[in-house]
Design a binder for this molecule. Structure first.
Ligand SMILES: Cc1cc2nc3c(=O)[nH]c(=O)nc-3n(C[C@H](O)[C@H](O)[C@H](O)COP(=O)(O)OP(=O)(O)OC[C@H]3O[C@@H](n4cnc5c(N)ncnc54)[C@H](O)[C@@H]3O)c2cc1C
Length: 470
């Protein structure tokens, strides 16, 4: 990918990043602010997304190194620059998969992990192995919580605590509290996160020698995009369950008898009952359609956690997609992780087979298309909002794609934007039918565009040309 352009770069504070639609809500700026004794925190906004909260003066300026530590800041080091410094001696460097020593497909062979995990259980195993061998004292990861937010980052110090946090949480979370604790309490820590969160950690480690010394391992998740709290609220509505009754959520109930990509949402209720529904019977059930996607994800170009010591995803290719037990793809970037994984394969504790970059990229074909071709197109229509920050990415703006693809990206972006807005309106008006009616119609349109071939595609292309859309 070409080098970053620095024109339009504007090293502004948190408020400008939020207004530009570039805040992912990671909490890095708030952690730094609190350490400087500012009264700041992360709070859910009206769209069910996490945003920094503080005095107008602090939000304008942020912590001193904000421009270099916010993962969406246009002047912060990008993923390639970070990875070049962190993993300079890797054998492989790939435009889609990043720098790496080895890549694998498979699952944990040791009992318990695969069954409990969303995929092959590799994230929980790796984090547990770091704890078991004394390489780290605690792991920052996401677990169920009580209160307004159903999931939060926490520090787990025992295998049991870690195990209780297994599974993917498509829900807004933030790291301010765990980062603050890591800065205050000496020890060695690992952090699990989606790509932009791991990038935030690496940017912080660059800036702050204490964080550099204490965060000794980063475990990255592959990422399609982040969802708001409204995903669960809408699922609850469609299952006729009041949100106040929901005690716990499993986004991907495991069922070895069915394909791994047939997601089932499973809710535990306060009265002990459970309800569940397959994602494809829910209005937002097609991940690619972009419902409740955080705006910042429109401007991300890292699918596979390029700055993490080790990164994990689902093997979304056959025969693994059809295997309901779950299968990981794993990218190993650091020498220490490589030694740990190789030893465990030899000992028969991990059932992993080596694969190449092309295989890994194939498992994430849709995500990579959206973050390369799609991002290039989105950048072409993104205009700097008045007084705000313009994204600077490793991908350059480009409109040279087929009309049907343009329509797919336009529709996805519209679904992201309007799902947030319409849900807010229908929630305030206590009129769920308003949002749900629109959502079902929008999904039908998206499916017609994204999956149609031949005549229908040509028909949409003709409409687009007539409308002069780019
Ligand atoms: C928002 C999101 C989007 C994703 N998109 C993709 C994708 O497009 N393609 C793909 O192949 N994989 C994606 N994944 C990763 C995938 O869902 C699995 O998490 C991954 O394959 C690991 O499975 P596992 O069985 O090894 O992990 P498990 O053993 O189940 O452990 C998961 C670990 O991740 C932690 N965790 C869960 N949610 C979060 C979170 N939101 N932030 C930080 N830590 C968390 C848990 O606390 C636990 O420690 C995504 C994950 C998330 C959270």
């Amino acid at each position: 990918m070409p080098e970053r352009r620095l024109e339009h770069a504007n090293p502004a504070g948190p408020d400008a990043i939020v207004r530009a639609g570039l805040c992912i809500g990671c909490g890095s700026c708030v952690a730094q602010g609190r350490l400087d004794a500012h009264r700041v925190d992360m709070a859910l906004d009206r769209y069910g997304e996490l945003r920094p909260r503080g005095s107008p003066a602090w939000l304008r300026e942020g912590p001193a190194p904000f421009a270099r530590t916010c993962p969406f800041s246009p002047v912060a080091a990008n993923e390639s620059q970070l990875a070049d410094d962190l993993f300079a001696d890797t054998a492989h460097a790939d435009g889609e998969v990043g720098r790496f020593r080895a890549a694998y497909v498979g699952h944990v062979a040791e009992p318990g992990f695969r069954e409990r995990g969303s995929s092959g259980g590799m994230v929980s195993w790796t984090a547990g192995e770091l704890l078991r061998t004394g390489a780290v004292d605690a792991v920052a990861h996401v677990a169920p919580a009580d209160g307004e937010r159903l999931f939060r980052y926490r520090l787990s110090r025992t295998p049991d605590e870690l195990a209780a946090g297994a599974k993917s949480r498509y829900y807004p979370v933030e790291m301010s509290e765990v980062l603050e604790t890591i800065r205050r309490e000496p020890g060695r820590y690992a952090v699990v996160g989606v790509p932009c969160f791991v990038k935030a950690v690496q940017l912080l480690r660059r800036e702050d020698p204490v964080m550099r010394e204490r965060i000794v391992a980063t475990l990255g998740l592959f990422c399609g995009h982040m969802k708001s709290t409204r995903l669960i609220e809408s699922f609850a509505l469609q299952m006729a369950v009041p949100m106040a009754e929901v005690r716990g959520v499993d986004f991907r109930l495991k069922n070895a008898q069915r394909p791994a990509n047939w997601y089932t949402a499973h809710f535990e209720l306060r009265d002990g009952r459970t309800v569940q529904r397959d994602w494809f019977h829910l209005a937002e059930g097609d991940w690619g359609s972009g419902f409740f996607q955080n705006e910042a994800c429109n401007f991300c170009d890292d699918v596979v956690s390029e700055t993490a010591d080790i990164a994990f995803g689902d093997a979304w290719v056959e025969p693994y997609t059809s295997d309901g037990r779950g299968t990981n793809v794993v990218i190993v970037r650091s020498a220490r992780m490589q030694a740990m994984v190789a030893r465990a394969i030899d000992e028969g504790r991990l059932a992993l087979a080596p694969v190449d970059a092309a295989f890994v990229a194939r498992t994430q074909a849709a995500g990579l298309r959206h973050r390369r071709e799609g991002l290039a197109y989105r950048l072409s229509w993104q205009r700097a909002r008045a007084g705000s920050v313009r994204p600077v990415k490793r991908v350059q703006a480009d409109t040279g794609i087929a009309w049907q693809r343009k329509l797919v990206y336009r529709t996805r972006a519209a679904i992201s934007t309007w799902s947030r807005r319409l849900f807010a309106v229908s929630r305030a008006a206590r009129a769920p039918w308003l949002y749900l009616g629109w959502a079902r119609a929008a999904l039908t349109l998206y499916h017609a565009l994204a999956y149609s071939r031949g005549k229908l595609g040509a028909w949409f292309a003709r409409i687009a040309r007539t409308a002069g859309s780019t």
